[in-house]
Design a protein around this ligand. Structure first.
Ligand code: ATP
Ligand code: MG
Length: 300
């Protein structure tokens, strides 16, 4: 693949639909020829991600290149189809857009929104932990994005710092829908056999969406303390700590009681008792600390 340098200044965040618009109008398929390929942005399990620019519109994107043979070997083609199907239909400022995809003999290419400020994971490592304003702003934007997903019956199931990217204005972008599911289709296929299902499966939707809420509580803790709440040296100890909700708040860094209260209300064993996303957004700690623009600059 020929590389070229692509100036990042040519990112136009307001022009979001240009790539997709062209695609739809012409009714054509994308090919690699339509893009200039720039620097590698990162490595994924099944291939690499490159900065790229659509030649005609000059629109800058991230091109994720996946090798078909590796996808087949790991039997994840089905998962990838679902990821594409789900992510391409979501439109939210805090969800990474998937504009389209194409393939050739050996590879599948995903045309993704470019997140210029990279991984939240690295940012957290650099800062050790975030202050309360920053943490609350991130948690609020994630709660809004998840509320949007859940309304569309989509559950992400893999919310963690590695799957969060930072956009042009410092806003969080949920990426990586590889583990997500569309509950509606699953619930429909279950219709006939409902009589034999236990309560937690009958209430499948509540049960499953609560998984994303839980991970929001874990993230909130990790943003404020720099480590996830149930961390332990041994895998089996983490497991045990999660099962009995062994939640402890260290004396440092100093964290407000309001933040701890929110975390305690989310990390609840009974999934039906976890604070709903709407209530998280109304929690005093969020209301007081959320940056109303929903973005977070580097200088804070
Ligand atoms: P894994 O499952 O191991 O996380 P993956 O196959 O899901 O890998 P990604 O996480 O999507 O791959 O991408 C790998 C890396 O490339 C990311 O960690 C990130 O650093 C970078 N990257 C991916 N997509 C983008 C994007 N849209 N904008 C900027 N950087 C990106
Ligand atoms: Mg990933």
């Amino acid at each position: 693949m020929a590389m070229m340098s692509i100036p990042e200044s040519s990112v136009h965040p307001e022009n979001n639909d240009q790539v997709e618009g062209d695609d739809k109008k012409a009714g054509k398929r994308w090919t690699l020829e339509d893009f200039d390929i720039g620097k590698p942005l990162g490595r994924g399990k099944f291939g690499n991600v490159y900065l790229a620019r659509e030649k005609r519109s000059k629109y800058v994107v991230a091109l994720k290149v996946l090798f078909k043979n590796q996808l087949q070997q790991s039997q994840v083609e089905h998962q990838l189809r679902r990821e594409i199907e789900i992510q391409s239909h979501l439109r939210h400022p805090n969800i990474l857009r998937l504009y389209g995809y194409f393939y050739d003999q050996n590879r599948v290419y995903l045309i993704l929104e470019y997140a210029p400020r990279g991984e939240l994971y690295k940012e957290l490592q650099r800062c050790k932990c975030f202050n309360e304003k920053r943490a609350a702003t991130y948690i609020a934007s994630l709660a809004r994005a998840l509320l949007y997903c859940h309304e569309k019956h989509v559950i992400h199931r893999d919310i963690k710092p590695e799957n969060l990217l930072i956009g042009f204005k410092g806003e969080l972008k949920i990426a990586d829908f590889g583990w997500s599911v569309h509950t509606f289709s699953r619930r429909r296929t279950m219709c006939g056999t409902l009589d034999y299902l236990p309560p937690e499966m009958v209430e499948n939707k509540e049960h499953d969406t609560a998984v994303d809420i839980w991970s929001l509580g874990v993230l909130c803790y990790e943003f404020l303390y720099g480590i996830p709440p149930f961390e332990a040296k041994k895998h089996s100890d983490t497991y045990r700590r999660i099962i009995k909700i062994d939640l402890k708040f260290p004396p440092t860094p100093v964290v407000s009681d309001a933040a701890k209260d929110l975390i305690r209300q989310i990390l609840v064993k009974d999934s039906t008792q976890r604070l709903p996303l709407q209530k998280i957004l109304e929690h005093p700690w969020i209301v007081q600390n959320d940056d109303p623009t929903g973005v977070y600059g580097q200088n804070h």
